[in-house]
Design a protein around this ligand. Structure first.
Ligand code: CP
Length: 315
């Protein structure tokens, strides 16, 4: 049985399940590999003969397509089910564990997205091949956090000594939860949580951030945060995870980044969003050079190439 382990070197990690597996040298090694991936010529055959399975029980555009693009760019092949809850045998009652055991005979690695927190860890515990967590309910989205941190490095030129505002749905938003955990591997960072009252950052994440000695605070006034933030990480209010429409509406539209908000930000700030967005970033700021969210999504291909190359490649 394979279980996630903390990184001690490049190859120590067999599954990508949660951010707690990573350490700083592993991140630096991964980012160096991302740089090598960017230099690969079209038609690379580094993973020729390898097959990636993408098993998605929840909708996705970026995570699934960027993993599939990454595998194709490395010369590998992809098998996929994009609505596994309905179009796989899950609808007949098959468990994630049984599905993963079998897919291990069909593919060399599996990316799984599932609505239940902990599903990726359950999959990894029984898998014969590497499992990559593409998002487990309100739990974690570790590969998104890696591409987020990589984008911070490429936009800001560093990952240390930055003030990072995490804005929006911090309770259900697994990308913000994973990024806050990943920022514990940086130094001189301050995390500022800005969320509607119903969706604060979880105490589990805040405890992990405190234990790592990273500064953190909560702030309700976004206009007081924008002038000092180096990175503004905006997130969508996760409508699908609220019990009622009324609860969702109470949190929606509270914090919006528009042209007026941008006038408050540093000229050197970076605005990120894991996407998809609804209305929390106005399209009128899309062309502002500080808006890095589409560059961030494209970085996802290179970061996922590096992950597949690390898990499946020869060097
Ligand atoms: N950022 C992200 O997880 O996007 P998708 O839901 O489209 O995969």
């Amino acid at each position: 049985m394979q279980t996630p382990t903390a990184a001690t070197n490049d190859r120590a990690i067999r599954h990508i399940v949660e951010v707690a597996q990573f350490d700083r040298p592993w991140i630096e090694g991964l980012f160096a590999r991302v740089a090598r991936m960017r230099e690969l010529p079209r038609g690379s055959d580094r993973l020729k003969g390898c097959i990636l399975a993408t098993l998605f029980y929840e909708p996705s555009t970026r995570t699934r397509l960027s993993f599939e693009s990454a595998m194709h760019r490395l010369g590998g092949a992809v098998i996929s089910t994009e609505n596994a809850g309905e179009f796989s045998s899950a609808i007949k009652g098959e468990t994630v564990e049984d599905t993963i055991r079998m897919i291990g005979g069909y593919a060399d690695a599996v990316v799984i997205r599932h609505p239940e927190q902990g599903a990726a860890a359950r999959a990894a515990a029984v898998a014969d091949v590497p499992v990559l967590n593409g998002g487990d309910g309100p739990g974690e989205h570790p590969t998104q956090a890696l591409l987020d941190l990589y984008t911070i490095m490429s936009e800001q030129g560093r990952i240390d000594g930055l003030k990072v505002a995490l804005v929006g749905d911090l309770r259900f938003g697994r990308t913000a939860r994973s990024l806050a955990r990943l920022l514990t591997l940086t130094t001189g960072t301050e995390i500022i949580y800005v969320s509607p009252p119903a969706v604060p950052m979880g105490s589990d994440v805040q405890r992990a951030v405190a234990a790592a000695g990273v500064a953190q605070r909560s702030e309700s006034d976004l206009s007081a945060v924008l002038p000092v933030a180096d990175v503004v990480y905006q997130t969508r209010i996760q409508r699908e995870r609220f019990a009622t429409r009324e609860e969702y509406e109470a949190s929606r539209g509270v914090y919006v980044l528009n042209r007026e908000a941008y006038t408050l930000m540093k000229p050197t700030a970076t605005v990120l969003h894991p996407l998809p967005r609804v209305d929390e970033i106005a399209t009128e700021v899309d062309d502002d050079p500080r808006s890095a969210y589409f560059r961030q999504a494209i970085n996802g291909v290179y970061v996922r190439m590096a992950l597949l190359d690390l898990l499946l490649g020869a060097d």
